[in-house]
Design a protein around this ligand. Structure first.
Ligand SMILES: [Zn+2]
Length: 82
């Protein structure tokens, strides 16, 4: 996993990770659809914030690091449940 040097981006990455953890916890306990939808909207929102941060932040545009808080296959789970 690449090291994130920008503190702003690292904060977003941590937040995103928390949202994903929350989402998996909801799936694990068979939470109602509206709860899942809420947390998915949050995941989407944080992703968008990260993208716009990377575009504007001088640190991030300079280093061009790719932030993946975890391996790809887990991220693809998003599509499996929808
Ligand atoms: Zn940055």
């Amino acid at each position: 996993m690449p090291q994130v040097t920008c503190p702003g981006l690292r904060a977003f990455a941590t937040l995103l990770r928390e949202k994903y953890d929350l989402r998996f916890a909801l799936i694990a306990r068979n939470a109602p659809d509206d709860e899942l939808r809420n947390v998915e909207a949050e995941v989407f929102r944080v992703n968008r914030l990260m993208t716009s941060h990377r575009r504007r932040c001088p640190d991030c545009t300079k280093t061009r690091t790719v932030v993946t808080p975890f391996r790809r296959p887990r991220a693809n789970l998003l599509r499996w449940v929808n």
